[in-house]
Design a binder for this molecule. Structure first.
Ligand code: HEM
Length: 409
């Protein structure tokens, strides 16, 4: 269930401020909203990142080959550096543009369109070369997950539909499994995506079920925050037309080729704009973590089996650290701005080490490319601007945001 931004975050800000950013919400769940405490608790909880044993081994009561999650992350990080290079960005931009063109003039829910375009354009980076039917199965699973995330899933679905999300999830898992098996047997060309190193370098150590889980984890990761952030970029462009004009003027001076080559450095204004969108409306709002090892956060003891919640959104709205946190001001990112971050710890749109987002660099450039498309090739037309408002649930979600994307002449 989404709630209005001021109510939801302010409701939590009260106890958070009284307790200096760390307080128990229930007996088993500690809220850790202070920037320093959140960074520390995450680092300690995930200092040891060995994957759990495989299901098959658990059933046979034996241990699996230990694999560190850091190993999986490092093959992905290496590949993403390359995929976020000039050719990769041009291809990503091209995919976003064709997906938008396919929807031109249609009356759509704009946040869902943002989710659709970002997710579908990212899929080939995670798992490329799938036949159309398999791509549709992967998308169906993402849509089911998104519906739950955005709180639009039916609360009381009829019986015949109640099992659907699970069936959809199983079918998507089977697609990933089949593709991993095919690649491990070196059938077909090698693909430049995040599935390839899992299939060709790590499959023996991981085993099939952990390999499927790893690829599924990235598919889940690209099905939420990137689309939520892209929807918030649309919202900010509509809500702040003066900024939309400034950003458009900058894009008019810089060609896409330069953007693919040198990244966001060549468009500092658009870069500040996107940075501020990620601060003001941060997705995901809360991250609930299971305690893996006994922890101490300030005076609070946390035991295995309990949970803590960290929140990039609350860190970004902390009035002890940000001047006027509720004001959208991209210029707070100018060097030396009085309302800028107090320290590097205060800006965490991609989470915390050692589990921080592996796609942070790519995600940030994708948002700038998205912003460029909407400021140069296309225009947003909102059906009822007066109905537009921002809600915050698991992710920020602009409501009353129906309209059309049209081509600029
Ligand atoms: C604007 C876009 C994005 C945002 C705001 C975002 C945000 C996040 C956040 C907050 C986390 C949790 C970090 C933590 O646990 O501390 C995360 C994890 C993750 N993200 Fe992203 N993300 C974005 C784009 C991407 C992209 C493009 C990819 C891949 C191509 C990606 C892959 C992942 C993965 C695999 C994880 C799990 C990391 C782990 O558990 O070690 N993300 N992301």
């Amino acid at each position: 269930m989404s709630r209005e931004d001021p109510d939801f975050l302010r409701e939590l800000r009260g106890p958070s401020a009284a307790a200096d950013g760390v307080f128990w919400q229930t007996e088993r769940q500690l809220m850790v909203f202070d920037a320093e405490a959140a960074a520390r608790v995450n680092a300690e909880n995930f200092a040891e990142l060995t994957l759990p044993d495989r299901l098959a081994d658990l059933l046979r009561r034996r241990s699996s080959t230990p694999v560190s999650w850091k190993q999986v992350r490092s093959v992905w990080l290496a590949r993403l550096r390359h995929l976020a290079g000039e050719d990769g960005l041009a291809a990503l931009d091209g995919r976003m543009e064709s997906l938008l063109r396919a929807r031109l003039g249609e009356h759509v829910n704009l946040p869902w369109l943002a989710h659709e375009v970002t997710f579908r354009s990212l899929v080939p980076i995670v798992i490329d070369g799938l036949p159309a039917r398999d791509r549709a199965r992967i998308s169906a699973d993402a849509i089911a997950k998104l519906a739950r995330l955005l709180g639009e899933a039916e609360e009381d679905p009829p019986l015949w539909r109640a099992g659907r999300p699970l069936a959809v999830q199983i079918r998507a898992g089977l697609v990933v499994r089949k593709e991993l098996r095919r690649r491990a047997r070196r059938r077909g060309p090698a693909r430049d995506d995040l599935t390839e190193p899992i299939a060709t370098e790590l499959l023996d150590a991981l085993g099939m079920d952990r390999a499927v889980d790893a690829v599924t984890a990235v598919l889940t990761a690209i099905a939420g925050p990137p689309g939520a952030a892209a929807a918030c970029v649309l919202y900010a462009l509509v809500r702040h037309p003066e900024w939309a004009d400034r950003v458009a003027a900058e894009f008019a001076r810089v060609g896409p080729g330069e953007l693919y080559r040198s990244g966001t450095r060549c468009v500092p204004l658009a870069h500040r704009f996107v940075k501020e969108v990620l601060r003001r409306w941060t997705a995901p709002t809360m991250l609930t973590r299971s305690v893996r090892t006994p922890l101490r956060v300030r005076d609070h003891e946390l035991g295995v089996g309990q949970h803590y919640v960290v929140s990039p959104a609350m860190v970004h709205q902390d009035p002890r650290r940000w001047r006027d946190p509720e004001v959208f001001d991209p210029d707070r990112w100018l060097p030396g701005a009085a309302n800028g971050p107090v320290s590097g710890r205060d800006y965490v749109p991609f989470g915390w080490a050692p589990t921080g987002c592996v796609g942070a660099g790519l995600g940030a450039v994708q948002l700038v490319l998205w912003c460029r498309l909407l400021c140069t090739a296309f225009r947003i037309e909102v059906t009822d601007p007066a109905a537009l408002r921002m809600a915050v649930g698991a992710v920020p979600l602009p409501l009353g945001f129906d309209g059309r994307i049209v081509a600029r002449s």
